[in-house]
Write a protein that binds this ligand. Structure first.
Ligand code: PMT
Length: 226
């Protein structure tokens, strides 16, 4: 790991889960702890970058020398990314963004059916904006690195996502294995890019973050030259 691979570069990273309110007391979310993204932010600082972290609600310590913007919902994460994307050289979408949110946030707490006859409660959801895809679609788009959390056909699904979202690189992790991925301190990933498939064996997220950035910097500098 070289300490100058991102000198003078600006890196924006999305982190953690998003939280989509249902009513004043309930929400939809997921198990992302933010550990992978925060490790990437620390490693990017060590690599010489200026780093902005747009983070959903997590319970881990904020990394030093990083501009952290706290958000809650996917829409807020999208807006914060758009407001801070100018001048960014490398975008890393590590957040586990809720694909859907409730159509409306109810003002009052949902009550149980008073007659106790209804066993089913339906929740209507609407698609959230795709944050990474909208960055990749910008006129002066940065180098876009995505993550893919998959439970099966990991490589195939990740490759499809990279292509569909217009990303330059994608880091796939198999979240069906409970010992890695979400919340764990360790992970195991396969990095995909055009002409590249590289598996990084199981290691702490801190170690992996540095390795991911080493591979990413080669991809970024080649993309810059082309
Ligand atoms: O936070 P940890 O506990 O450390 O766990 C790390 C992790 C498992 C969350 C991380 O390694 C990871 O895989 N993050 C991506 C998880 C995910 O939700 O992937 P996805 O397949 O739903 O999305 C694919 C890509 O599109 C991601 O880069 C995601 O940030 C992005 N996306 C998805 C939906 C959306 N509306 N906007 C997005 O930008």
């Amino acid at each position: 790991f070289k300490h100058d691979i991102f000198t003078g570069r600006s890196v924006l990273i999305t982190a953690g889960p998003t939280r989509e309110d249902i009513d004043p007391v309930r929400y939809i979310s997921n198990h992302s702890s933010g550990k992978m993204a925060y490790a990437l932010a620390e490693a990017a600082v060590e690599a010489g970058a200026r780093v902005t972290l747009v983070s959903g609600p997590v319970n881990i310590e904020k990394p030093g020398r990083v501009k952290t913007i706290d958000v809650v919902s996917a829409q807020q994460m999208h807006d914060a990314v758009q407001e801070n994307i100018e001048g960014v050289d490398i975008f890393i979408g590590c957040a586990a963004v809720s694909d859907y949110r409730p159509v409306e946030i109810l003002k009052d707490k949902i009550k149980k059916d008073p007659n106790n006859t209804e066993e089913i409660l339906e929740l209507k959801l609407v698609r959230n904006p795709d944050i990474a895809a909208s960055v990749a679609a910008l006129d002066s788009a940065p180098f876009v690195i995505g993550f893919a959390a998959e439970t099966r056909n990991v490589i195939e699904y990740a490759a499809n996502k990279m292509q569909k979202k217009g990303m330059n690189m994608i880091v796939a992790n198999d979240v069906s294995d409970k010992s890695i991925g979400f919340s764990s301190d360790v992970n195991e990933v396969t990095i995909l890019a055009e002409g590249l498939q590289k598996t990084l064996p199981r290691a702490s997220k801190k170690v992996l973050a540095r390795k991911i950035l080493s591979v990413a910097s080669r991809g970024y500098h080649q993309w810059k030259r082309d």
